[in-house]
Design a protein around this ligand. Structure first.
Ligand SMILES: C[S@@+](CC[C@H](N)C(=O)[O-])C[C@H]1O[C@@H](n2cnc3c(N)ncnc32)[C@H](O)[C@@H]1O
Length: 319
């Protein structure tokens, strides 16, 4: 069964097939930039885990007892090919992958606000290595599609899921810009860590609205500035050293964007300051991290002098 079959007849199968095939031709080129991730995937996909646990903070795919010492060392080496690991933690056949982000903290903040996932068709936009897709599995969704244009994250997810063996999880090399190919297709969409990278955030929210089935839900999580005024910061070049950042809203501004895009029951259910406890360098991510983005003389400011980042979480419904 191809993943397109999970979607209504109304979707343009021909256009989606063409795009999918074009992306596959691109990613299957014999070029260094692809092979550096495809070869580790080809090695790792040979392993099939007996023990899988997505209920704990650390996602476990296989235990140390399922492989020998030589295989475990090789698994570690191949997993390192996907560095820097941004999302985790994972434990893969006894190899502990401590990623830059403690992603379980984000999941624990939003899990009690989720609608029932049982039997649902779900999209995770910018799914990275699929940490949150794996976290959804205990709730028995029918199918989850991860949109992820990065080749590194694409093969990292494919490796993890080949070992985990969930046949109702798929990733494709798609971006938010492809949402229009999926009219009224999803019961639930996650948009986390994405909206401040978009030049037209309200247009994006309208695209999400159109991709939801009537009655469907959206979970949005975003970097934010502190405060309750309906304002958004627009950095001159970077925000917390991150280029490609456009509008960084307060929770209130994001709520207003959702309302203006047509959503109902908009609920700003969590906001908190970001911290180096949650985002930090590790053995699996050796580059700069949160503390390098903040003014050392004033933790309330970024290095550019902007208000230091918060995170906000909102849920919303399409009527
Ligand atoms: C800040 S990370 C957020 C990851 C994850 N959703 C989370 O909340 O932890 C942004 C992710 O979006 C992906 N991305 C980049 N461009 C994208 C696009 N045009 N559409 C969807 N995702 C994109 C990146 O590769 C990366 O995995």
């Amino acid at each position: 069964m191809h993943y397109f079959d999970y979607f209504p007849q109304a979707i343009d199968h021909k256009r989606l097939t063409e795009l999918h095939q074009q992306k596959q031709r691109w990613v299957n080129q014999q070029k260094k930039g692809f092979l550096r991730y495809r070869q580790p995937y080809e090695y790792l996909q040979k392993f099939s885990a007996d023990h899988i646990d997505c209920t704990a903070d650390t996602i476990t795919i296989g235990t140390a007892e399922e492989v020998d010492t030589h295989q475990q060392e090789e698994i570690r080496k191949q997993l390192k090919a996907f560095m820097p690991w941004r999302k985790g933690p994972f434990s893969v056949f006894g190899v502990d992958v401590d990623a830059e982000w403690r992603s379980e903290r984000k999941w624990n903040r939003l899990k009690t606000k989720l609608p029932d996932l049982n039997g649902k068709i779900i999209a995770d936009i910018g799914c990275n290595n699929g940490y949150y897709m794996f976290k959804m599995m205990p709730f028995q969704p029918r199918f989850i599609l991860g949109f992820e244009p990065s080749v590194q994250h694409y093969y990292c997810f494919k490796s993890l899921n080949a070992m985990a063996g969930f046949d109702n999880l798929t990733i494709d090399l798609l971006g938010v810009e492809h949402l229009s190919l999926f009219p009224e297709s999803f019961d639930l969409i996650f948009l986390m860590g994405i909206i401040y990278h978009r030049i037209s955030p309200v247009e994006l929210l309208k695209d999400l609205y159109a991709a939801l089935k009537p009655g469907g839900s959206l979970i949005v999580e975003s970097q934010a500035i502190p405060g309750t005024e309906p304002l958004a910061l627009f950095p001159e070049k970077t925000y917390a050293k991150v280029p490609g950042t456009y509008f960084v809203p307060t929770g209130t501004a994001l709520k207003n964007w959702l309302l203006r895009a047509g959503f109902s029951s908009v609920d700003l259910f969590c906001s908190h300051p970001m911290s180096e406890e949650e985002q930090r360098p590790t053995e699996w991510m050796v580059f700069e991290s949160f503390s390098d983005y903040i003014d050392p003389a004033n933790p309330e400011k970024t290095v550019e002098g902007y208000p230091a980042p918060w995170r906000v979480f909102l849920s919303a419904t399409r009527l």
